[in-house]
Design a protein around this ligand. Sequence first.
Ligand code: NDP
Length: 483
Amino acid sequence: MTDRPTTTTDAGIAAPSDEFSQSVGSNGPLLMQDHYVIQKMAQFNRERVPERVVHAKGGGAHGILKMTADVSQYTKADLFQPGRETPLFLRFSTVAGELGFPDTVRDPRGFAIKFYTQHGNYDLVGNNTPIFFIRDPSQFSDFIHSQKRRQDTHLHDHNMQWDFWTGTPASAHQVTFLMSDRGTPRTWRNMHGFGSHTFMWINAGGEKFWIKYHFKTNQGIENFTDAEAAAMAGEDRDFHIRDLFTAIKSGDHPSWTLQVQVMPFEAAADYRFNPFDLTKVWPHGDFPPIDIGTMTLNRNPENYFAEVEQAAFEPANLVPGIAASPDKMLQGRLFSYPDTHRYRIGPNYLQLPVNRPKVPVHSYNKDGAMRYENYGDPVYAPNSYGGPVAAPELYAHEGYGVTGEIIRSAYRLHAEDDDFGQPGTLYRDVLSETDRANLASNIVGHMKSDGPVTAEILPKVIAYWTSVDADLGARVSKLYNGG
Ligand code: NDP
């Protein structure tokens, strides 16, 4: 006898062998009745859930948000009350590559956080950039198709990417970010995170504010150059996963300072930029960031599939005191994220340990594939039998007035709603001379690789960068032509 546990079927029945199928004689055929081996093979065939259509490759860790300031004058949300400590799970990712893709490729990084608050789960599904490529969700699948593989060759194709970007000038700010050295962060620990969208905060008195979140790395910004990122992709495809896991395991817990920018509710209407346009930042000079908390990652997952692969983040998980803004990309994501989880993991994904809230759930939803917990009778509302009742008073002040015709159009209502102003400011006023030189060379390296830019698209690319800044356009043109 051994003190090791007995192998069992998934039904808990002792397994007959760890090595041998049941056969008729030593060389005879195998038997249908060998349920243990049949279950083993069948379960293996079903080990993969579909990978995420975007943000497939990633890693994550558990942690905590500790509040360091009092922002109760802006929000009544439980997790942001003075002194509150809220457990969380954070998943980092690349966007375009599949599972197994190298971690260090040029790409935005996902920065998705699930806060297990005392009022239910609050998900903030951000990136390492404060902006995005498009401002209307109707373009999202087109944008992602241009980032993925071609139908004919099954290869990535940079010409396709430049064709989409130059045809969509709203992309210029994010593409400038992406092509800068911040497009290849050295580690996940060495980059900022941003909530990116504008959200509404509501205080206990019912006053409303518009806010943006920034998570500033306390490890300092560190980036790879294009060449370093490419070399690391060959050396260690999982460099970012390994770095985070190793740091946390050794007790080196990475942290970020949480900042918010707060805009008075009424200021949105005539602000110089559309404050709900995901391709724009709010310049810090207009709305200075305030330090409000510290987020620390302090515990590695014990089971990658259960905790990282099955983690399901959804911007629609908003708790009382936080509400959606009219940002069109956010509005689209409110639908899209839970929809993709129902497809990818199944309709009851919210019952999985990493996704379930740490507060009781009292819901009239029931049944469906893989549900293991129902809430019992009565199964309808209203009822006369003591079932749960909603709390409309918690959401009483979220509303705001809107008027207008039903239309399809771009934002062009604010004084500086152009596509090239903010990336131009980034190029001229924020980047150092080294950053600018690297930006131009990263752009040209990208244009010349992996399905290089064709003669048809080339003038559009030069015009795009010239619109960001004439000097940048000239540099790209010169470098491209070997200058
Ligand atoms: P500020 O001068 O007040 O702040 C500049 C911002 O740019 C800081 O957040 C800084 O982050 C960040 N930054 C510094 N170097 C780089 C780089 N190489 N690549 C990308 N970002 C960098 O400027 P404004 O707020 O007036 O904004 C000016 C421009 O800065 C914007 O048009 C936008 O492109 C960019 N930016 C603005 C942000 C915002 O939320 N306002 C956020 C990020 C970028 P750090 O603290 O690490 O130095």
